[in-house]
Design a protein around this ligand. Structure first.
Ligand SMILES: C[S@@+](CC[C@H](N)C(=O)[O-])C[C@H]1O[C@@H](n2cnc3c(N)ncnc32)[C@H](O)[C@@H]1O
Length: 225
């Protein structure tokens, strides 16, 4: 099974508990991180946005609250999109959701003022291609992703705690491997300057930046002109 198939099936399988598990697993902090991520994007005053790997649509709905034009959310997990569409029925913000793969985005060049991706880029099968697609379809790219804390001591403590705590949630979701995957993929995913180097190599913007969140457990990356 390819990494893409593994990831898609896994997110289909946990989609019904995804929002609940996010809240429990992060003790609610994912909401604060997402809010701060969206605030930075909205400060650029984009007129349109594409939220990739949107999951159940958290970022897309928050973006739409501050964006006058079209906001689109895409994900390659059909079940995650089903949940986003279900939320859209009662949401005050009008967002369009559709199934699509980041590796081959069905949009013309520079179709959106901004593209965003929150806790998704780590999962794409080919990071170079994923980043180049995000850069192709938009005039600015914002990424929120797990990384490794800057302090070695904090990093060791954080990943040890995660290894103790996270498998419990695998039991609840009946996909223990999903949460093992979360730790393994976060522990080795390039972060901060290493990520920026890859980001620069695959896109063509004037300004790049990296902002650590909570000591580097996660990072906000951006690229814009
Ligand atoms: C951890 S969830 C993040 C969901 C949401 N952005 C959030 O922050 O809560 C990762 C999402 O990435 C999606 N994903 C992974 N690879 C993808 C790809 N190549 N194309 C589209 N979606 C993808 C998965 O289906 C999953 O919904």
């Amino acid at each position: 099974m390819s990494k893409a198939d593994f990831v898609r099936v896994m997110f289909n399988d946990i989609s019904h508990k995804y929002d609940l598990l996010n809240d429990v697993l992060s003790v609610g902090t994912h909401r604060l991180w997402k809010r701060s991520f969206v605030k930075r994007i909205l400060a650029q005053r984009p007129g349109t946005a594409l939220d990739c790997a949107t999951g159940t649509g958290d970022i897309a709905f928050q973006l739409k609250a501050g964006i006058p034009g079209e906001v689109v959310g895409i994900d390659f997990s059909e079940k995650m999109i089903d949940h986003a569409l279900e939320r859209a029925k009662t949401a005050s913000q009008k967002v369009s959701f559709r199934v699509a793969d980041i590796m081959n985005l069905p949009f013309p060049d520079k179709a959106f003022d901004v593209s965003s991706i929150s806790f998704g880029i780590r999962n794409v099968e080919n990071l170079d291609k994923g980043l180049s697609e995000l850069g192709r379809v938009s005039k600015a790219v914002y990424i929120l992703e797990f990384g490794q804390p800057k302090s070695k001591l904090f990093s060791r403590l954080y990943f040890s705690l995660l290894r103790l705590y996270v498998p419990l949630f695998g039991l609840i979701s009946k996909r223990g491997d999903a949460y093992e995957y979360l730790i393994a993929s976060s522990e080795k995913f390039p972060s901060d300057q290493k990520f920026l180097e890859i980001f620069r190599r695959n896109t063509n913007f004037k300004t790049y930046g990296s902002i650590p969140v909570f000591g580097g457990i996660a990072y906000i990356y951006f690229a814009k002109d």
